[in-house]
Design a protein around this ligand. Sequence first.
Ligand SMILES: NC(=O)c1ccc[n+]([C@@H]2O[C@H](COP(=O)([O-])OP(=O)(O)OC[C@H]3O[C@@H](n4cnc5c(N)ncnc54)[C@H](OP(=O)(O)O)[C@@H]3O)[C@@H](O)[C@H]2O)c1
Length: 269
Amino acid sequence: MKILGSTALYGVIGYPIKHSLSPLFQNRLFEHVGLDAVYVPFEVSPDKLRTALEGLKALNVRGINITIPHKEAVIEMLDFVKEDAKSIGAVNTVKFGERTEGYNTDWIGFLRTLKEVMDDVKGKKVLVLGAGGSSRAVLYALEREGAQVFLWNRTKEKAEKLSEIFRVEVVPSPEEVISSVQIVVNTTSVGLTEDYQIFDYELIQEGQVVFELVYGRDTLLKEWAKRRGAIYLDGLRMLVYQGLESFKIWTGCEPNPKVAFQALEERLN
Ligand SMILES: NC(=O)c1ccc[n+]([C@@H]2O[C@H](COP(=O)([O-])OP(=O)(O)OC[C@H]3O[C@@H](n4cnc5c(N)ncnc54)[C@H](OP(=O)(O)O)[C@@H]3O)[C@@H](O)[C@H]2O)c1
C-alpha cells in the first residue's frame, strides 16, 4: 500500500475497535479497484463522538463505517439520513461531502446472505432472537420481504417496544415456535460474550436455516445447527456484504465480493 499526498481517507469508528475486520477487506477492495485510498480504524469513546465527526470532516475524510456503540447516537449529528436508516434507527455508513449523509447497509448485508440459501423470504416463518441494534436491521429486512416474524428477547419489554415499530409477534419463549419456523436468526450477543443454549438446541429441525450474526466463532448454536442437519449461516458474509454496500455508497464502484472474502480467509486461516 502506498500513501501519497493525494490518498483519500476512509475508516471505521467504534469503541472498542481493535477487533474490527473491516480495514482488512476494505483496504484490499481499494487496492483491487485501483483507487488511491486507505481505510483506517478509529477508536472513539461515546463522549467524543461529535468531536470526532467534526474532526473527520475537517480532515477531509471521505467516508466512515460506524459500529457499536455509535450507530444510533450518530443519527442526530447528520445533515441527511436515508429513509431505511431512519426506519431502522441506526446508521452504519457515513459519507462526507457538502452534507454529511447517513445510510444503513446492515439490513442489505443480512438479506443478501439469507438469499444465498433461499430464493424468496416472502411468507416464510422466522424466529428472531434478540431486540438490540442489529435486531432492528434484521426486522426491517424481514418486514420488507414479507416474512412472518416471531420475536423473542431476554428482556421482554424491549421486544414489545420493537413490536410497536415492526410487524412482529412477540413470543414468551423460543420453544413456543421453534418447530414451526423455517428460519432462526440469532441477533443476541450470546456466543460472543458468553455461550449457552438460548433454547433447547435439540429442537432445531433438519433443513431449517440458522443464521447467527456473530462471526468467526465456534458457538454452541453453530455446533448444534450442524449436528441437527440445519443450514448454518454466520455473520461473516453479512459483514462483508454490508461493507461492500458502504464501499459502493462512498465510491460509486462495484467491488468484487471474492476479493473481500479472500482477504478475510487469509487472515482467519
Ligand atoms: N455480522 C454482522 O455484520 C453484524 C452486524 C451487527 C451486529 N453483529 C453481532 O450481533 C450481535 C448483537 O449486536 P447488537 O448491536 O444487536 O447488540 P446490542 O444492541 O447490545 O443487543 C444485544 C442483544 O443481545 C441480548 N443479550 C445479551 N446478552 C444476553 C444473554 N446473556 N442472554 C440472552 N440475550 C442476551 C440482549 O438482550 P437484552 O435486551 O435482554 O439485554 C439484546 O437483545 C453481536 O454479537 C454483534 O457482533 C454482527
